[in-house]
Ligand binder design. Structure first.
Ligand code: GTP
Ligand code: MG
Length: 171
């Protein structure tokens, strides 16, 4: 049959935002990890959608590992940026990291799609995806397709909507 198009996706965001939990949910059920631990450095995960074969670089969000992110910008075809919707205190840190990413020489000039997950929407004090868009000034991203989805990675809610958008951007 037809080979699926191979795409590299870089999964970024602060530590504890839920990156690994999201990627784990997107993998086939029989390959999902039972327990999620904080990522050290990064992990490489693979899964398929209807038309694409994804290789995801699931990066650690801990500050001591964030300098690894930029080494993978060049070879990435898409970015998933995860935000903990309940982490009001660190929203400015998330914005700083996002701005650094978007201004990087290997990203800034490219029309690479950026999918945001406003994750942990189940938390009682979670901010809405609209509020998060405002805080991160997403409307200022003019040169790249971007999309934000509210998600609950533990239940797997909102993830397929995001992946469908990403697939449409790449296919
Ligand atoms: P690093 O690897 O350290 O960068 O963190 P990460 O972004 O990969 O986060 P991880 O997936 O390890 O999740 C961190 C914690 O958040 C875990 O305890 C998860 O169970 C929890 N978590 C992830 N997604 C959700 C969610 O949607 N809702 C709630 N309530 N908790 C979540
Ligand atoms: Mg992780």
């Amino acid at each position: 049959g037809l080979r699926k198009k191979e795409v590299n996706v870089l999964c970024l965001g602060l530590d504890n935002s839920g990156k690994t939990t999201i990627i784990n949910q997107l993998k086939p059920p029989n390959t999902q990890a039972q327990e999620i631990v904080p990522t050290i450095g990064f992990n490489i995960e693979k899964f398929k959608s209807s038309s694409l074969s994804f290789t995801v670089f699931d990066m650690s969000g801990q500050s001591r590992y964030r300098n690894l992110w930029e080494h993978y910008y060049k070879e990435s075809h898409a970015i998933i940026f995860v935000i903990d919707s309940g982490d009001k205190l660190r929203m400015v840190v998330a914005k700083e990291e996002l701005d650094t990413l978007l201004n990087h020489q290997d990203i800034g000039s490219r029309k690479i799609p950026v999918l945001f997950f406003a994750n942990k929407m189940d938390l009682r004090d979670a901010m809405s995806s609209v509020k998060i868009s405002q805080m991160l000034c997403l409307e200022n991203i003019k040169d790249k397709p971007w999309h934000i989805c509210a998600s609950n990675a533990i239940k797997g809610e909102g993830l397929q909507e995001g992946l469908d958008w990403l697939q449409d951007q790449i296919a």
